[in-house]
Design a binder for this molecule. Sequence first.
Ligand code: GRF
Length: 495
Amino acid sequence: MIPANHSRPAFPTFPGFFVTGTDTEIGKTTISAALTRLLGQQGWRVVAIKPIAAGLECVEGQWVNDDVQRLRTASPLDVQDHEVGPLQLRHPCAPHIAAKLEGVVIDPQSLLSAIKRTAAKADFSVVEGVGGFCVPLHEPIAAALKAPHPSEQKADSDLETPPHLRGRWDSADLAVDLALPVVLVVGMRLGCINHAVLSAEAIRARGLKLVGWVANHVNPQMGHADDNFATLNQLLGAPCWGRVPFLSEPLPDPITPHLNLAAILKAISAPLPGLPQVPQVPTAATAPSPPPRNIVILISGSGSNMQAIAETAQTAQWAERHGIHIAAVISNRADAAGLQTARNRGLHTEVIPHTQFETRAEFDSALRDCIDRFAPELVVLAGFMRVLTAAFVQHFAGRLINIHPALLPAFPGLNTHQRAIDAGCQFTGATVHEVSVEVDQGRILAQAVVPVLPDDDAGRLAHRVLMAEHRLYPQAVLQKLIQPKNRSQTQLSQR
Ligand code: GRF
């Protein structure tokens, strides 16, 4: 590890992350855009910055960089292309080569100033590096090659000249000059373990904190993907912020359900040394208290989806920011393990045992009365293993949702994972839908895609789908409650 350089900031220059990757073309921009979108959805004034972008194309007479466009549109703020991408080079190649071809000298001070100007417009910035972690930003010059490499610096005199003046300024130095915590995107393919471990070592060797990592599946046929993922989880020594399946259209919205919001928020909430805490916007101090809105969650078993919703509600401050309260968790079984989980979280629980009722209609009527006492805006079925009567469904029409472990309309009903494997599906997933009288046929609200791997059995597949459910369901619940009514009506009329 190199000693702190007096010319380098000891503390983060602004609240944000630096996103790096195990290689180029492994989805760094995709994940940066999704992180930006996710934080924006949670109410943060977040901006994405790609300080150096190589490769422009001419669209309607304008030279544009696709990555910069994607990052700009992921941000909730009104920012311009040149603010997101202050240095855009025309040639799609290593930046120092593109710069040389275009007669451009990459000036660290100007670039850092531009980054800070854009970051100043936001509460939080997602700064995307270029290529992998250690990409040269200057053509190596003779004097620089004679100087000790940063990892070999020993004497203070070696540190007197900042790296950019020695011609050694690279993308890792850019991260160091911003002193931001680093997020590593791992392109999941053969060889990624070595690349990821080396990257993590290099990040730490530069004195930076590896705050999280994201597994991004870039090869749908990757062998032993689960084992590779598990190994990375053990070796990287940082929390996993998400496992994103291979997606043919890797846009932010289909990706955000695969990101681990709770882990990300935990990292954001941790105070950054030298900086005021990132504002948890909007807070009670800055916004009037929103009117209370209750949700009721129905479970029959382990209640892991209920737990995921409750955790996200707490971490993302649903009550403070949106007025959303989990008013009750209700089960038809007294022995449902999820009841204890709910109680441990301080949630109110009720049990209406279906066995105590002669008919389905009588049980549903008792359940309806119990739910009505909490005047919920949304009733969330989370592993509630009862077929509901038409009268019950109609009573809660438009405010009753369910999660189903398959990509509806494929595989309604039970035993979905084995059926997906038997049918030779390469992808399955989970669907959040409105509940209609016909089982598993209501309007689709959100889906998460999960690849079916060659060595999957129903159990392994079910586990991965359930992990995806835990990311998908909390976001779908929030979206259902906060999306503008006219948007949902439009979607409804298009179906
Ligand atoms: C999930 O797989 C969900 O899709 C289905 O029931 C299961 C519930 O799991 N409807 P849990 O009780 O939330 O752990």
